[in-house]
Design a protein around this ligand. Sequence first.
Ligand SMILES: [Zn+2]
Length: 72
Amino acid sequence: MPFPIRVCVVCHEEFELRPGKPGFANRCPACSQPEEDAGGAHDAATVDPGAAKEINAARRAAMRNLLYRKDS
Ligand SMILES: [Zn+2]
């Protein structure tokens, strides 16, 4: 039995609305997945993809600093 087809409100891709699909009923499975950077980074990505890249780079740099500090 086919599932109803919905259009994701985030990426505007069509997807099957399966029973028990996690997340919002009006979002495709990919867009329903919780963002690693919940909140800020995701909002920045919606407004300006470049900003998210910068945030990720900053986070990676901070992570690297932490790791190096742990090693030494
Ligand atoms: Zn989507």
